[in-house]
Design a protein around this ligand. Structure first.
Ligand SMILES: *[C@@H]1O[C@H](CO)[C@@H](O)[C@H](O)[C@H]1NC(C)=O
Ligand SMILES: *[C@@H]1O[C@H](CO)[C@@H](O)[C@H](O)[C@H]1NC(C)=O
Length: 265
């Protein structure tokens, strides 16, 4: 088990000189490049560009398989509001509700947003269980954060009979939610990269609900026979991933990431 970046995660001190240039594009959500996770190059989710029409989306993906769509919306204005400095200035004193990063998210903890950003937002500790790792995702107060969410442009392709609900979050590199499923939706990263692992509804993956996605990636993923491998892709700012109803999925933030999902229910 293990790989080179597991070693790096455990052993490289947090700040090394000379690596700040990597970070400048990331809105101040610094991830030391030695603490960012390596990106797996192969994407087995279909990738389409903005020439995908709504009827193609409905016919080819909405009810059958995931897709990554590039350039579907322009959220550069929203991104400019989501830098570390802007969010701290605007929302630093607001209380946010954190969830544990396990499949069933049993535990919730309320802390001021500034405390989360300055003290709790860290790369995933490999020795911790998902059930002991706190993560800011969802449980958003839409009254307090409404001025921000108003600026988000959701993917325009709707699924008849559903409406969208946002879930906004910020999390450290190596963090993520282990396998679970629910209704269909979209996921977008505003800063950072997020790796996705998906299985169709009929193919329940092998996982422990309290372990982190990172430990699943290190301990289980390398030993999966080819027929049991997930469909996967890493998304970047400017792309959205669509997942259909009841598809299993697990996520892994490769960098400190700011992200938003639109759940269609
Ligand atoms: C959301 O924020 C408003 C304004 O601060 C507050 O009155 C309300 O109780 C909050 N809602 C929840 C569910 O925490
Ligand atoms: C996962 O953690 C929760 C909370 O600590 C615990 O109640 C539950 O039994 C654990 N589940 C498994 C399968 O270990």
């Amino acid at each position: 088990m293990g790989s080179w970046w597991q070693f790096l995660l455990l052993s490289i001190p947090l700040s090394l000189p000379g690596d700040l240039d990597y970070l400048e594009g990331n809105g101040g959500w610094l991830t030391n490049k030695y603490l960012a996770l390596m990106e797996e190059d192969h994407c087995t989710v279909e990738r389409r560009d903005a020439s995908l029409t709504y009827s193609q989306f409905i016919d080819q993906y909405a009810f059958s398989r995931p897709v990554v769509i590039q350039g579907l919306t322009d959220n550069s204005e929203f991104q400019a509001l989501c830098t570390r400095n802007k969010l701290l200035a605007e929302f630093g004193d607001r209380v946010v509700r954190l969830s544990t990063a396990n499949t069933y998210s049993y535990q919730k903890v309320d802390v001021p947003f500034q405390e989360y950003v300055e003290h709790l937002l860290k790369p995933q500790d490999l020795a911790s269980l998902g059930s002991d790792t706190l993560y800011f995702f969802g449980d958003n107060n839409f009254t307090e954060w409404g001025s921000l969410f108003q600026k988000y442009m959701p993917p325009p392709f709707q699924i008849p009979g559903t409406s969208g609900a946002y879930s906004f979050g910020i999390a450290g590199s190596g963090s993520g939610v282990p396998f679970h499923w629910h209704g269909p939706g979209y996921s977008e990263v505003i800063f950072g990269r997020k790796r996705w692992f998906l299985y169709p509804p009929e193919k329940t993956p092998e996982f422990h609900p309290n372990k982190t996605t990172l430990s699943w990636l290190l301990d289980t993923y390398p030993f999966l026979p080819p027929e049991d491998r997930p469909v996967e892709c890493t998304i970047h700012p400017g792309e959205v991933l669509y997942f259909p109803d009841r598809w299993w999925h697990a996520t892994l933030n490769l960098d400190t990431s700011v992200f938003i999902s639109t759940f269609l229910g």
